[in-house]
Design a binder for this molecule. Structure first.
Ligand code: C5P
Length: 216
């Protein structure tokens, strides 16, 4: 029987975990789910319908409608959607519905890479590989600014830094599934690392786990 590999990647906003997750999924030929998009999809629907973000009943209805096969990355990339996502993400029933969908994705034959905030702690606590990717808030803000400018946009560094700190606080401070490394996660601080170096470090961790599995 083909072996299945689940890789859980968590970390704060703009830590580089998304890029890393995509590279890892390509390299190991695994499916990939950016679970942030599922929370963004709920937020996007709430904003479009004009529903207040603390309207639990409508947020739950929106969460039920999230279709993993139909997440429009482009529409969901807006800054306002990200901020709203971290507000609907505090609603326990929204999380329960989305986590169910994420677990179904993780269970696909062969395995998958999932990235988010609670993958190693809640969604896939049995994953043999868990990475917690982080970087200082200043480095993350500078990367985000470079991204925005690279796409021809404009923004202020101080404003981005504020925004990142606010989102960290909300994600780490909520009572249901706060962002934190799983006890057995490998920490990857990318503050001083290029994406290439982070990818090499992640591969070394994953290959080490795979070698251990094959030996046992
Ligand atoms: O990763 P991304 O920035 O797209 O996530 C948007 C928001 O969705 C996060 O700030 C967080 O509040 C929420 N989220 C979550 N759990 C996940 C993924 C994202 O609570 N697994």
């Amino acid at each position: 029987m083909e072996k299945s590999l689940t890789i859980a990647i968590d970390g704060p906003a703009a830590s580089g975990k998304g890029t890393l997750a995509r590279r890892i999924a390509d390299y190991y030929h695994l499916g990939h789910l950016d679970t942030g998009l599922t929370y963004r999809a709920v937020a996007h629907m709430m904003l479009q319908k004009g529903w207040p973000l603390d309207d639990d009943a409508h947020a739950i209805e929106a969460a039920r409608q999230v279709d993993l096969g139909n997440l429009d990355k482009h529409a969901l990339s807006a800054h306002a959607v990200a901020d709203a996502a971290s507000k609907v993400a505090v609603i326990p029933e929204v999380r329960r519905i989305l986590v169910d969908k994420q677990r179904t994705f993780a269970a696909q034959p062969g395995g998958a890479v999932l990235d988010g905030r609670d993958i190693g702690t809640v969604v896939c606590p049995e994953a043999p590989v868990k990475l917690y990717v982080t970087a200082s808030a200043e480095v993350r803000a500078a990367r985000r600014l470079r991204d925005i400018e690279g796409r021809g946009g404009h923004a202020g560094l101080a404003e981005i830094l504020d925004d990142i700190r606010r989102r960290d606080e909300r994600d780490m401070g909520r009572s249901d599934s706060p962002l934190k490394p799983a006890a057995d996660a490998h920490l990857l601080d990318t503050s001083e690392m290029s994406i290439e170096a982070a990818f090499r470090a992640a591969r070394a961790i994953i290959d080490g786990v795979l070698a251990g599995q094959n030996a046992s």
